[in-house]
Ligand binder design. Structure first.
Ligand code: SF4
Length: 368
């Protein structure tokens, strides 16, 4: 199957040149927008109007905001901007309908987001960092290394620009599972969540927003205490500390034991079941003892388990441990899942989507 890739120009670059001098409004929460209008001597409710224009009407041009007076629009135009990312290309996978978006930041960094359509939903997978510092051995983003955290505006803009292209009403779910570890960019991740879950925001419901983490235990506790009531996915990949240490170096800092305590706290505090993500590697985590350990863990914490076939990262020419990882054959993977179901564990086997455009789980990476 061929891959469709096209350049998109939602903005006219000259008209909307991103500058660092003007105040960036995209990425401000409702409270911050109200505060800004107060600061410039305008009534607070103007902040609510701007919030609606940006996040609900996907309007990024002050001249379109007809319920703001001409003088306010002019003032905003002179002092503020509402663009953070430029949409560079969209790649479509004709076999699955998956779409991969490549964005350029104002400082010329590249990030990617992916839309994964399924029967009754379409999920946008967004990035929170340029690259990632955590170096998980099965992940192309990890191999790419870390550049910087994304701003709130850059996180939110991935949704806004993808929604503009794909259709806002068709986007039903958001997962923070693209490039980067969201809980290492905690403050900006939290502000973006507060925009997505604000009661004024018409879009994705908070029950359909999931943050995925590879295990930053203290931040899991903070997220539970934040009252945002979003869902949490935990990249588990093994129930054994030594194997996690091998494939996820962050485990040496925050052990699985510590994370399990944090996950229990999250589940109790929010009432939301944890999703465990489990990528399967031949001979490493597909053994009978893994079934036993997984069954025990999933009984201990109200949860469901997503089994993910390992997607090749050969396009990154990996070395070391990464080069030794192989996928569990699909018949063995299905048998593994069935044995867990026999133990009354809720298991989903995720279909690989977007492998043909390097948009599948763990494949996002931009060559510099
Ligand atoms: S799996 Fe997630 S946390 Fe690990 S390196 Fe990749 S992007 Fe970072």
């Amino acid at each position: 199957m061929g891959i469709n890739s096209h350049k998109l120009s939602i903005f006219t670059p000259m008209e909307n040149k991103i500058t660092n001098i003007k105040k960036q409004l995209k990425g401000l929460t409702l409270q911050e927008l109200k505060g800004y209008f107060e600061e410039i001597g305008e009534p607070k409710y103007r902040g609510e109007q701007l919030f609606n224009w940006m996040y609900n009407h996907l309007s990024f041009d002050f001249s379109e905001m007809q319920n703001l007076s001409k003088s306010i629009r002019q003032k905003l135009d002179e002092n503020c901007q509402i663009q953070t990312l430029e949409l560079v290309t969209v790649q479509d996978s004709p076999s699955t309908g998956t779409k991969k978006y490549l964005f350029n930041t104002a400082d010329d960094k590249k990030i990617e987001s992916v839309i994964i359509p399924e029967e009754d939903r379409a999920t946008l997978c967004i990035s929170t960092q340029v690259g990632c510092p955590l170096d998980c051995k099965f992940c192309a983003t990890g191999i790419m290394g870390y550049k910087r955290n994304l701003s709130v505006g850059e996180i939110v803009d991935q949704y806004l620009l993808a929604a503009k292209d794909y259709g806002k009403d068709r986007l039903t779910n958001i997962v923070y599972m693209g490039m980067g570890e969201p809980l290492l960019n905690y403050k900006n991740t939290l502000s973006s969540l507060s925009i997505f879950t604000d009661e004024l925001t018409k879009g994705v419901s908070r029950n359909r927003i999931t943050v995925s983490t590879s295990g930053i235990a203290p931040k899991i506790i903070e997220l539970a205490n934040s009252d945002l009531r979003i869902k949490l996915a935990f990249s588990l990949h093994s129930c054994f500390e030594d194997i996690r240490n091998q494939i996820m170096p962050i485990n040496k800092k925050y052990s699985l034991k510590e994370n399990i305590e944090a996950l229990k706290f999250f589940e109790k505090k929010t009432g939301k079941r944890i999703t465990f993500e489990y990528t399967m590697f031949k001979g490493l985590n597909d053994r009978p003892e893994d079934i036993k350990a997984l069954s025990r863990l999933c009984r201990e914490i109200p949860s469901k388990l997503n089994i993910i076939p390992f997607n090749s990262i050969a396009h990154m020419n990996p070395g070391g441990v990464s080069a030794t990882l192989e996928p569990t054959p699909i018949d063995k993977l299905q048998e593994f899942a069935q044995r867990l179901r026999d133990n009354n564990i809720t298991v989903m086997v995720r279909q690989t989507q977007g492998g043909d455009i390097a948009a599948a789980c763990g494949q996002l990476a931009v060559k510099y």
